[in-house]
Design a protein around this ligand. Structure first.
Ligand code: AMP
Ligand code: MG
Length: 352
């Protein structure tokens, strides 16, 4: 069988608006099969881009209808959780300053519940209320600060955050603020949620062989023609250029990746990442440069990788081992990069 390899690179962020900045890319290696032409779709979603490859559309669904359907799913996600839209459900909740239950969609309640679960699991490393710190360090919609924030500013911002100050009710779905002024930013979990939502729509429509990628988070279903597996590349964590660190077979699961090597600024020779450790109130500054997690749920995988990035090489790997997470850590060493795989992370082939 002739196989060609099509290296697709997720493109960079389309909007500087906080939260949905893309920080890393996965190179997706999509082999072309020999007995069915793929349908390829690309577009914009939640401040980044999506890319979809599907084989064998069922009767009644063509590429155009599929495109319309996917665009609608993406639009629906924006209506619920985008902070770019002042009237999204999430924006309205953030503006609400009452202490009563605020009715939301079951989708938003579900994502916030998952986020709180990962906050608990990571000891507060993952925190969807972290926006005041993200803004303070210049990774929000406001301008980058000229100076590194003072200890006092950091303390004030820390007083404004805490995932425990948001309560979730699933039935009927609602959110409640236990502290006035608390706000939610789903930047670290919404891409994964959107991948799950688009994948769910494709499955509902009877598409069984596809790959969905949004801002570097990915899910596959089925196979490529000839029962060939979907091969997914984990990007080498370097800022300049794009190359592949490892290739895995992602069979029917989701993979999310978080890294600190693309979205950062430098001041006085020090690198400041867009991923913030809420416990110390500062950008992470350890040698863990990238984490990927394979999970059934891309929403969960997306939240987990950000939490593990915050925890760093020792605590992150310990947590992944303890909970048998299928994770892949890339740590910067004096000689280059060291890899650690935990749980059932799919066998990977290093690319040199
Ligand atoms: P991700 O690319 O999924 O790792 O998400 C990174 C984005 O999440 C950042 O650009 C921030 O907007 C936000 N963020 C930063 N630190 C945290 C944190 N500790 N917990 C949750 N979200 C965070
Ligand atoms: Mg994430």
């Amino acid at each position: 069988m002739m196989t060609s390899v099509d290296n697709r690179v997720r493109t960079g962020p389309l909007s500087p608006v906080r939260g949905f900045m893309c920080l890393l890319a996965l190179l997706i290696l999509v082999g072309c099969g020999n007995d069915s032409a793929p349908v390829r779709l690309q577009g914009k979603a939640i401040g980044t881009t999506y890319s979809i490859v599907a084989y064998g559309l069922p009767d009644g669904l063509d590429a155009q209808k599929m495109h319309q359907g996917v665009e609608q799913v993406v639009a629906d996600v924006n209506v619920v959780m985008s902070l770019f839209k002042p009237d999204s459900e999430l924006s309205r909740f953030n503006k609400y300053d009452g202490a009563d239950w605020f009715p939301v969609s079951k989708e938003l309640a579900g994502v916030v519940r998952t986020a709180k679960t990962i906050s608990l699991l990571t000891g507060g490393a993952f925190d969807i209320t972290v926006a005041p710190l993200v803004n303070l360090w210049g990774f929000g919609p406001e301008k980058r600060p000229n100076k590194i924030p003072t200890a006092g500013q950091i303390k004030n911002a820390q007083a404004e955050i805490g995932a425990d100050f948001v309560e979730v009710r699933i039935d009927p779905p609602a959110l409640r603020k236990l502290k006035q002024g608390i706000s939610i930013d789903l930047a670290a979990i919404a891409k994964g949620y959107c991948v799950d939502a688009v994948s769910g729509w494709l499955k509902d429509k009877g598409v069984s062989d596809f790959m969905v990628e949004i801002g570097g988070e990915i899910r596959t279903a089925g196979t490529k023609p000839g029962d060939a597996p979907w091969l997914i590349g984990v990007e080498k964590p370097v800022a300049g250029g794009r190359s592949v660190q490892a290739v895995i077979e992602l069979n029917g699961k989701a993979m999310a990746t978080s890294g600190d090597y693309r979205n950062y600024f430098e001041a006085d020779g020090k690198r400041y990442s867009h991923i913030i450790d809420p416990v110390i109130g500062k950008p992470i500054s350890h040698n863990l440069v990238s984490v990927s997690v394979v999970e059934d749920s891309c929403t969960m995988a997306d939240a987990l990788v950000t939490g593990l990035m915050v925890l760093g090489p020792e605590q992150g790997i310990n947590l992944a081992e303890k909970h048998k997470l299928s994770a892949f850590f890339i740590v910067r060493t004096e000689d280059g990069f060291a890899e650690t795989a935990t749980g059932d992370f799919p066998q990977h082939k290093a690319m040199k």
